[in-house]
Design a protein around this ligand. Structure first.
Ligand SMILES: C[S@@+](CC[C@H](N)C(=O)[O-])C[C@H]1O[C@@H](n2cnc3c(N)ncnc32)[C@H](O)[C@@H]1O
Length: 278
């Protein structure tokens, strides 16, 4: 077992993948769904009071009379999607997690909501000019590698109608300022990562030159070691502007968060409303 753990002792190369499924793992997805559905947690989904403010603001930034169809990427159990529907959009939601999508479908059916949901990896998206708005909410753009961010932007550009909007939020490098690299451990009988007794070896790594950070969790059970690498690329305004421009978007609006707080150059989060250019 020690040999297995030793493999993970060095600082990983940027964007080294996890060794096991995360979002769609049978056990982890249970805890994740619980976290989405808790209205008072700021975790898998933001606090539900914030979600309501966010949908209200998005429906002003992209008024329904001009932007009818909306695709929510990484929609989870449909908390935003249902509110987007109530705001008047024709809504589709995609997510990697079967558990979240089953919950979303069941809820839509129970409440008679005509929302389309699909289990799908958004990196394989293949819509063409079908949506007036695409959303990616709760800092998910930054978890992708440089290559996958470019790939996703290209797919979103193709999926949007002319002048369609891509609305998303990211962290800025200020999110991690002053936080030093650390290693820490805990023991659990049955926790978020595993239902079996396990040791959780947690590390935080900085890649300051790339504005990138890693929360690594090694989960050690009697049988094996699983490595979960949760990457977070953080963005400056100029990097966002460059990457969006390269992908055929123009920044239409920059905000402090995805509920429309004023942009603050010293803030920890940013929200972008990007418009597809022809
Ligand atoms: C942090 S949660 C945010 C969920 C939702 N946007 C919200 O704010 O309530 C990230 C979501 O993205 C999904 N996800 C992660 N990677 C994905 C991918 N490559 N394709 C589709 N969904 C993905 C996860 O399953 C999870 O539901």
């Amino acid at each position: 077992m020690l040999k297995n753990i030793e493999t993970f002792m060095a600082k990983p190369e940027p964007y080294a993948p996890s060794t096991a499924k995360f979002w769609d793992d049978e056990h982890i997805s249970k805890g994740m769904l619980e976290s989405h559905l808790n209205p008072d947690w700021d975790a898998a989904t933001r606090k539900h009071a914030f979600v309501r403010q966010s949908v209200e603001w998005i429906s002003k930034a992209a008024p329904v009379q001009d932007y009818r169809t909306l695709l929510d990427l990484g929609c989870g159990p449909g908390i935003y999607a249902e509110l987007f529907h109530k705001a008047g959009y024709q809504v589709a939601g995609l997510d990697l997690s079967e558990r979240s999508i089953s919950y979303a479908k069941e809820s839509a059916e129970t409440h008679g909501l005509p929302i389309t949901y699909e289990v799908c990896n958004y990196l394989t998206l293949d819509y063409a000019e079908q949506f007036d708005v695409v959303t990616l909410i709760n800092y998910d753009f930054g978890v992708l590698s440089t290559e996958n961010r470019a790939k996703l932007l290209a797919k979103i550009h193709t999926a949007l109608t002319p002048n369609g909007l891509f609305i998303f939020d990211v962290f800025t490098p200020n999110q991690y300022s002053g936080l030093e690299e650390y290693k820490q451990w805990e023991y659990s009988q049955n926790g978020f990562f595993s239902a079996e007794p396990h040791l959780c070896l947690n590390s935080f790594y900085r890649y300051d030159e790339q504005n990138t950070f890693l929360q690594q969790h090694l989960i050690v059970t009697d049988q094996d070691v699983k490595c979960y690498n949760i990457w977070e690329h953080t963005f400056t305004e100029s990097e966002l502007s460059r990457d969006l421009d390269h992908a055929g978007f123009k920044i239409k609006g920059l905000y402090g968060d995805i509920a429309g707080a004023p942009y603050d150059a010293a803030g920890k989060t940013l929200c972008v409303v990007a418009e597809k250019q022809k």
